[in-house]
Design a protein around this ligand. Sequence first.
Ligand code: ADP
Ligand code: ZN
Length: 730
Amino acid sequence: MQLDLGDSVETVSVLLPIPADRPYSYTVPQDMQLSPGDYVQVPLGPRKVAAVVWDGNPDNVDAKKLRAVEKKFDCPAVPEDMRRFIERVADYTISQPGTVLRGLLRAPGALDPEPPLDGLRWTGDAPERLTAARKRLLDLLAQEPSMAWTRSGLAHAAGVTASVVDGLVKLDLFETVQIPHAPIVAPPQIAERSSPLISEQADAASRLVATVKETGFSTVLLDGVTGSGKTEVYFEAVNAALAQDKQVLILLPEIALTTAFLERFEARFDAPPAPWHSGMPPKQRERVWRQVATGQIRAVAGARSALFLPFQDPGIIVVDEEHDGAYKQEDRLFYSARDMAVMRASIGQFTCVLSSATPSIESRVNANMGRYKSVTMRQRHANAKLPNLETIDMRKDPPPRGQFVSPVLKDAIEAANTRGEQAMLFLNRRGYAPLTLCRVCGHRFECSNCSAWLVEHRFRQQLECHHCGHNEPVPEACPKCGTLDHLVACGPGIERLAEEIDEAFPEAGIVVLSSDMFGGVSRLRLELEAIAKGAADIVIGTQIIAKGHNFPLMTCVGVVDADIGLANGDPRAAERTFQLLSQVTGRAGRAGGKSVGYLQSYAPDHPVIDAIRSGDREAFYEREIALRREHGLPPFTRLVSLIVSANSRNEAADHARALRLTQPRSNDVSVLGPAEAPMALIRGRHRFRLLVRAPRSFDVQSYLCGWFKDAPKTRGSVRVQIDVDPQSFL
Ligand code: ADP
Ligand code: ZN
């Protein structure tokens, strides 16, 4: 006899964290109740994977051919707005929803509740023999007799060894109980702030608070000069969201360096936010994930991936330093966390605050057009002055041959140090020199996997590729002509700069900061704290020193090469230079007093350099926005990059050409390329690019989906990446 499963078997669609374009169907075991959003475990080939029950009807396939859901996790379901968010991110970025779902399922260990801890509760009896240690222990227990302790927690609290506790356990003085895990952070306290906001801040805060209270979607651009109190102000909006019992997310570009931020939040709300970034230990990640899902955690400060945490009821997302390039992910899933934060808020109908001293052109235009509310602050707190800025014309005041710091800047450093103040030199180039060549034959050291020079790191005695990490020892002889000892370093890196400064200021305490430093993030944090307290006379660093640190004694900031980045064909080059240099020079003089920022430039009349020097940021924005409009660049048009890569140059070129040939006709869309990418080779992969441009109102996603349906399928090592709203054109 054959069992007829027939119609009586229930099926569900389940979205798996794999690059499939739609959910798969599974049968539901008789004793299982499933609704959309439930986390389940399903079989996939030989694997078992964690996945999410999705909305919509399962495919109309014979249930007999389907496999069954294996398990439903004991975890609060993915809320409806989060499911819609995952779909919308996939649509917008032209990727599969399963690929986006991966971002949510980053801590599969957290889907099961953490087993409770074994605990001890005192029975109230006392042992016959009472040693000093036992007495301490009993005194503690007597203070709170009904409290349950872990063995180690009790020993620690009483200041005795665990064996003292064990002794009493043997005497049956405890009953065993189960203790739930403590929350990873205490809930933040809603409270009035202790110091008053100054007038401009108070206005800004009340507008933000009103927006949060209005309920419904709104994006606010909080545009205020460095030190104007943006953080203080958006904390008021955070407070308002917490008061509505909502969860809060603050995105930060450089989460690993944000102890200072966590402390500030704690000072305001009596408890720090839960951190979220990829450098966290797995167990801690799982706890944060779980407690966000259960709602125990009310506030998270995290990197861009925190956007995919399972918030149950978010009330505000703040994107701090919204212009920062770190918000763009360019790996597997190409997305801008800033833009997706706005999308998340629109789906969930709450407030998104974008905060910056140098907003992106995109956000400024959105504010100008009324798509975002605009809140501006122009005064520095406590009347700390913005630094005076001066350009040093390197054609008129050049450094001696083979050096990079003009005598004018050296004098300023010396003067600051003489007054007992600090100076800082900024150069965004790691290593000793960006290029090494042979003086005899002109051979240039190039990476074999990438289109990039090898950068000399003299301290490590290596030549390194900054794109793929390839490194080799610095050779004694030129590999091409064999001449000994004729390699020369071209151009400055911060190691070389440090050498020059060390020679010029032999008495000064010099600190060099870059991501190459030994000891990683924790060491960097300590160094930054020490510098803020006055340790070091001269600080030399890469962009790592540009962000958010307060150095009250820093009164002289020198930008060694203000022209870097101005001439590289990237439509955002001017904007990026403006942002970076404003940020760097903004490090000076935060505690008041006079301070000067110096920009070394061979083109001091360049409009970007001039805008920064004159402090006329509005003129810069006006000009830059006009240029973007005139040249049909974002945000006045939409760009999408198609990056075709393969193990051989021919394969990549052929596929890129074939792809271009299938481009559907359209009067709205123009396509540039294929052209070999400026970085033609990365990690051994040859790259070609196409650039699609369309009007803002045009549905470029649907257009591309249609195109890709008819496009030649990728074969062999060929891969096509789609980057909507690209930030990088390399
Ligand atoms: P921004 O984020 O705009 O750079 P911050 O919020 O970091 O500015 O404020 C700069 C400094 O001034 C911080 O040290 C902050 O604590 C302080 N500050 C700003 N406004 C106030 C205020 N109203 N009361 C007390 N301190 C303030
Ligand atoms: Zn390389």
